[in-house]
Design a protein around this ligand. Structure first.
Ligand code: UDP
Length: 240
């Protein structure tokens, strides 16, 4: 009998920072391989996995806008292009260990990847392929966290799993306060009213409005990605 897991279809958000690992360059191949292995282990169980990749390891529009006349929209388009680089790297790693993977971009780059077509993305997932969504929402002034919330809602995934370099959401900055406590659960309201830096406001309210739970967890701990995808307790669960 097929064991049943908490989630059937998940949206995994991998930030650019997480992809950088401790590598001196933009993408640490050890991180992409760890993600690929753990995702492989859960797709074998029949869980459908879609991924939204960030780009902050290469370029973040908000922090570069204004330099040498670079306007915010142009900077953000460069940021979105950065996510495509990460997506292609991750796809190559996944396919190298036998996971069929498709990249879909929010704006057309058809020589490189498929355009985002919602129904086609869902079909890929149903066939057991991993779908990586790149180029964020395709719009400047947004983030890939918002893209994660949006794609999650669109493809009817059940949860946003936000993979980061920290164990979850703390009541204070654990790098400065050794007594900072990790929250096991939080409500959307607690996140927004206390301005906890989980994801930007646009992303978290989109999750709230669509009743999409968010799990914030540490991807650098081996086994955590698979645990999060299977719905085992890890990190901080935001909902209700
Ligand atoms: N970006 C954007 N629209 C989107 C998603 C991303 O303009 O819908 C740009 C923005 O400049 C952002 C960059 O792409 O700084 C990289 O994405 P993000 O900062 O969300 O990546 P992460 O923090 O996850 O690495």
């Amino acid at each position: 009998e097929k064991p049943s897991y908490k989630w059937q279809r998940v949206l995994l958000k991998v930030s650019g920072e997480a992809l950088a690992g401790d590598h001196s360059q933009n993408i640490d191949p050890k991180v992409t391989m760890a993600i690929a292995r753990e995702v492989a282990s859960v797709t074998r169980l029949g869980i459908e996995v879609a991924i939204v990749v960030g780009g902050g390891n290469i370029f973040r529009g908000s922090s570069r806008a204004g330099c040498s006349g670079l306007d915010r929209s142009s900077a953000d388009y460069i940021g979105m292009l950065a996510t495509v680089m990460n997506a292609i790297f991750l796809q190559a790693t996944m396919e190298s260990i036998g996971i069929p993977t498709r990249v879909q971009t929010a704006f057309r780059m058809s020589e490189v990847a498929e355009p985002y077509i919602r129904r086609r993305a869902v079909r890929h997932l149903e066939k057991g392929r991993v779908v990586i969504f790149a180029a964020g929402t395709g719009n400047p002034f947004f983030t890939t966290d918002t893209a994660a919330a949006l794609r999650c809602a669109e493809i009817n995934a059940e949860v946003v799993l936000k993979a980061t370099n920290v164990d979850g959401v703390y009541d204070d900055d654990p790098r400065h306060n050794p007594n900072a406590q990790l929250h096991d659960t939080l409500t959307y309201h607690e996140v927004t009213s206390k301005d906890l830096s989980v994801m930007d406001m646009t992303a978290i309210t989109l999750c709230q409005e669509n009743n999409i739970p968010v799990v914030v967890f540490n991807l650098t701990k081996s086994g955590n990605i698979a645990k999060a995808i299977k719905g085992e307790r890890v990190g901080t669960l935001i909902g209700g």
